[in-house]
Design a protein around this ligand. Structure first.
Ligand SMILES: [Zn+2]
Ligand SMILES: [Zn+2]
Length: 280
């Protein structure tokens, strides 16, 4: 985040916003700036990409599904926007620790343990680590002692739209984002790669809720896409993964997408339409 903060300081905050008596490295000023930038960045990413996905990717036939609830879009957006706001407070505490130098982030390739291959390896490591931790955390959140307090809100939506991607109880949302923030405190990571990964994970989360169930054949076994994740929303105890099917396979929770077996939500809508129970 310090690249983002530096740019905001240089071009906007120092010349136009803060009084000259507030130094750029003052803790209070940094926390306020991080709160504003994190909220603006995360809400814009969420609303911008989810809106794009809803209009251009999401299959609008799904709106007719009997599990699509009343005012669902408004409920998803309200929950997503408020969750990002509340999540931003603990997130900013971690960003603050990061810009104060407590993480293993570096900004010069010479500081990479093994040059560019090291950067590539750390990106792969980030995906592997976050996929694994989110999988197990997600399973714990489905435990009956926790489920109804935290994770149930996300499962209000059985046929999710891209706006459901960030619609969580704030504690649930923060817990599931924690692996992204912890990684650079444990392992070296290039700051630009981290920024890229931050945007990527937000878009990925939207993409597994986008109602576009197509996945190229060889990847269907490996990648956890929207076809897998809609089964998680419909059947609860399967496909907890984020990017890959690996941990679901190892943890015994993998379910081959029902969409690919002719039993997905669109098949259900088609059958109801043919039976005259839904308007064409
Ligand atoms: Zn779940
Ligand atoms: Zn979901």
């Amino acid at each position: 985040m310090d690249h983002v903060l530096d740019i905001a300081d240089r071009y906007i905050l120092t010349p136009y916003v803060y009084p000259a008596s507030w130094p750029e490295d003052g803790a209070l000023r940094q926390v306020i700036s991080l709160l504003v930038l994190t909220n603006m960045g995360a809400e814009l990413l969420y609303l911008g990409f989810a809106a794009f996905s809803f209009y251009y990717v999401f299959d609008h036939r799904l709106l007719k599904h009997p599990h699509f609830i009343e005012n669902q879009l408004q409920r998803e957006i309200r929950l997503g926007v408020t969750s990002i706001f509340w999540m931003s407070f603990p997130t900013v505490a971690l960003f603050f620790a990061e810009i104060r130098g407590y993480s293993k982030l570096y900004d010069n390739i010479t500081k990479s343990p093994s040059g560019w291959p090291g950067v590539m390896l750390s990106v792969a490591g980030f995906l592997f680590f976050t996929d694994m931790v989110i999988y197990w955390m997600h399973r714990v959140l489905h435990h009956k002692s926790l489920y109804k307090y935290l994770h149930k809100q996300h499962h209000t939506f059985k046929i999710p739209t891209p706006f459901a991607s960030h619609a969580f109880h704030p504690v649930d949302g923060f817990l599931q984002s924690l692996p992204y923030h912890i990684y650079p405190f444990l392992f070296p990571l290039h700051k630009v790669a981290y920024l890229f990964l931050f945007v990527f994970v937000n878009i990925w989360t939207i993409s597994i809720h986008d109602g576009d169930f197509r996945i190229p054949w060889p990847l269907v076994e490996v990648i956890n896409g929207a076809a897998h994740h809609v089964d998680h929303h419909l059947y609860f105890y399967y496909n907890y993964g984020q990017y890959f099917t690996l941990w679901d396979r190892l943890g015994g929770s993998y379910r081959h997408p029902s969409v690919l077996l002719g039993q997905g939500p669109l098949d259900h809508i088609r059958k109801l339409t043919v039976a005259g129970k839904l308007r064409r």
